[in-house]
Design a protein around this ligand. Structure first.
Ligand code: NAI
Length: 434
């Protein structure tokens, strides 16, 4: 599983050689750890044109200092840009500072929703998307660039800004995240935001699901690790380590939702649909069984359990659903018509259900779409394909389960109520489907 190339390019001769040969230059990423929970450097707050947004209070609570020579985080407020002249302000603001942004630094551009009544505003706000995605591809040195489209006041985006301006978002780049108007609620405990809450993670016995369970437990949640009866030993190991509990259940069981509801009489705050399988074959060679098993685990069971838990009222108001899509569901992948269909289905589910679930149940529905993540699943991929998967993204390396877990934890956060119906790729800005 080890990325030897990344280790090699971290040495002086490795760096010299790969640069001379024009090979990818992955930088070691600064990820969250209790020892290094914040970015190493200051925050620079810039504005393009005129803006009415009161960002300063939110930014001051990120804990990042201001005024340094080498900012680790740059926030550009471009919410007020309404015409092409205004876009010049984006260039003028970032052109002089981009070189000085620290390694593993962050650039976050804030934009506004596209105005259907003003095609000039819509054009330049959409232009920000192309700008951010292009800068993400050229900036290098483990630095990321993301766009947040803000429909309301800055307070609604606090959890999102804290996430994007921290080491937790190390593998999230080139993303456009829409933040709506819902309030964040007062009295958020930013250290243990999920204290007193219950989270259920399907497929939590290993891989990405295990990392998600760990992150949610770290954030204070009581975690229920759901996995198949065959994986019960691993599930128990994870649950014991986190002080949680186990639910041995095949998620494709017809009444899985009802069984979960019966298991959680006090209700559920966070539902993570992570269980997933692959059964790759090109369509010409794909037997019905391979098609249906993937659709059943990855999509039908997600639909069934979601419906059952909303209907039973198990998911509490203020609850969160995070489903796991994949870049294969966005870009398509040869040999994965079944998997790509199932993961695209998850995206459709999220986009359709999100507004209704929020209006009717007070529950947000979002998806994470991982790219190449270093797990047992991807370690089994043949070397050349694995190398291509790892390098074909702006950060030139694979992600870790923890990267998906941190993104999930942000979406599950009680203060993320204004983030709804989003599909956030955790892919280092993969070139696939970009
Ligand atoms: P994994 O194979 O390591 O873990 C999946 C877990 O789900 C296992 O513990 C398995 O027992 C459980 N599971 C499978 N079928 C189940 C069922 N019917 N009922 C209950 N549990 C079941 O997979 P990994 O890599 O951790 O992936 C997790 C999720 O992330 C999946 O949805 C996968 O499609 C998605 N994903 C993974 C990527 C990667 O690069 N590893 C990339 C994109 C998406």
């Amino acid at each position: 599983m080890a990325d030897r190339y990344l280790r090699f390019t971290g040495t002086a001769p490795g760096r010299f050689l790969t640069r001379r040969l024009g090979l990818p230059q992955p930088a070691p990423l600064h990820r969250w750890s209790p020892q290094r929970p914040s970015l190493d450097g200051d925050l620079l707050h810039l504005t393009a044109g005129r803006s009415d947004l009161d960002l300063a209070p939110v930014l001051s609570r990120t804990g990042l200092g201001t005024g340094g020579e080498r900012p680790a985080a740059v926030v550009l407020d471009a919410t007020g840009v309404r015409d092409v002249d205004g876009l010049a302000g984006v260039h003028a603001a970032l052109h002089p500072v981009v070189r000085s942004v620290a390694n593993s630094g962050r650039i976050v551009v804030l934009g506004s929703p596209l105005d259907p009544a003003d095609h000039h505003q819509a054009a330049v706000q959409q232009a920000l998307e192309g700008f951010v995605r292009s800068l993400g591809k050229e900036i290098g040195r483990g630095r990321t660039v993301n766009l947040v489209r803000l429909a309301a006041d800055a307070g609604a985006a606090e959890s999102t800004l804290r996430f994007l301006l921290s080491p937790r978002s190390a593998y999230v780049s080139g993303q456009v995240i829409e933040v709506g108007a819902a309030g964040q609620g007062s009295g958020v405990d930013w250290e243990r935001p999920l204290a007193g809450r219950t989270a259920l993670v399907t497929g939590g016995a290993r891989g990405i699901g295990e990392a998600v369970a760990e992150a949610l437990a770290r954030d204070g949640a009581r975690v229920v690790v759901l996995d198949t009866p065959q994986a019960v030993d691993d599930a128990r190991r994870v649950a014991e380590h986190l002080g949680g509990s186990v639910l041995a259940l095949d998620i494709t069981t017809e009444d899985a939702g009802e069984r979960i509801a019966a298991e959680l009489p006090d209700g559920l705050d966070v539902l993570i649909h992570n269980a997933g399988i692959t059964r790759d074959r090109r369509l010409v060679n794909m037997p019905t069984e391979r098609w249906s098993s993937v659709l059943d685990v990855n999509l039908a069971s997600v639909l069934r359990t979601t419906d059952a838990l909303l209907k039973a009222g198990t998911l509490k108001r203020g609850g969160r659903i995070v489903a796991t899509a994949s870049i294969a569901g966005l870009a398509g992948n040869a040999g994965q018509t079944n998997y790509g269909a199932s993961k695209a289905g998850v995206v459709g589910l999220v986009r359709s259900l999100a507004p209704r679930a929020l209006a009717e149940h007070g529950v947000t529905v979002n998806a994470v779409a991982p790219g190449f993540i270093e797990t047992k699943m991807t370690a089994a991929v043949p070397l050349l394909i694995r190398e291509a998967g790892r390098r074909m993204n702006s950060l030139a390396q694979g992600g870790l389960p923890a990267d998906v877990a941190e993104t999930t934890a942000w979406l599950a956060h009680p203060a993320s109520g204004a983030v709804n119906g989003q599909v956030v790729r955790v892919c280092g800005q993969s070139l696939l489907g970009a």
